[in-house]
Design a protein around this ligand. Structure first.
Ligand code: SAM
Length: 211
């Protein structure tokens, strides 16, 4: 395929999402480098879940949404294609940030931006809404199911506690969507406003609003 043909195919995905048309994960994940596409089903949000989560997060008026642990950017890219908000992905792995930025360029989605940052310490004050897909899940994953061996696994419980205590500082009315929860603890000071099973496994999309 010519370069122009490739770009047409890629940008058509963003156009279909913007038009409210379904895009399969198999098709979206073909955008990823092969090594990541193989692991996408384990680590990255399915397109249909990202569409729902982004719609709910922005329905409260948030202009800027943060994906805390953005991976290759799938949630932010889908969010930027389907809503008018700006999506910023915070991701600790530099290689994934590079992949995500390149995808935003190829899909022509400048409202999806990516920053290399540790979500346990990065400033969060500018965001009106947050998305989480279990950023610390790799601590429990088999070695061949990890995204790469570069990041030493950390203490999941301590990381979840740190993250939740940081989210306690969010202003009233902020929104937080979580796909598959965080393995037990719930965010303090946030009210559960949405709980939907989103696939045949019964995985949940939860939406919380800050009191
Ligand atoms: C399960 S993936 C979710 C990716 C993305 N949110 C999505 O749904 O497509 C979790 C991501 O969190 C990242 N991560 C883990 N610990 C992190 C930290 N302390 N700071 C920033 N990112 C982190 C991992 O590198 C991984 O890419």
């Amino acid at each position: 395929m010519s370069r122009t043909g490739e770009e047409g195919w890629e940008r058509a995905i963003a156009g279909q999402l913007a038009a409210g048309l379904p895009v399969s994960d198999a098709r979206f994940d073909r955008l990823l480098p092969a090594g990541l596409a193989r692991l996408a089903g384990l680590h990255f949000t399915p397109v249909a879940v990202a569409v729902r989560a982004a719609a709910w997060l922005t329905a409260g008026g948030a202009g800027e949404v943060a994906d805390l642990g953005a991976g290759a950017g799938k949630f932010c890219l889908v969010g930027a294609a389907t809503t008018p908000a700006r999506f910023t992905g915070l991701e600790v792995r530099a290689g994934l940030v590079r992949v995500a930025r390149e995808l935003a360029r190829r899909l022509d989605l400048p409202r999806a931006q990516f920053v290399q940052a540790d979500l346990r310490t990065a400033p969060l004050g500018r965001y009106g809404a947050f998305y989480l897909y279990d950023p610390f899940s790799e601590s429990a994953a088999e070695e061949d199911e990890r995204l790469d061996p570069w990041i030493p696994t950390t203490d999941r419980e301590a990381d979840v506690t740190t993250l939740l205590s940081r989210l306690e500082a969010a202003p009233a009315g902020s929104r937080l969507a979580m796909f598959c929860g965080l393995g037990g603890p719930e965010p303090r000071g946030w009210r559960l406003a949405l709980r939907q099973p989103v696939n045949e496994r019964g995985d949940l999309l939860d939406g919380w609003v800050k009191d």
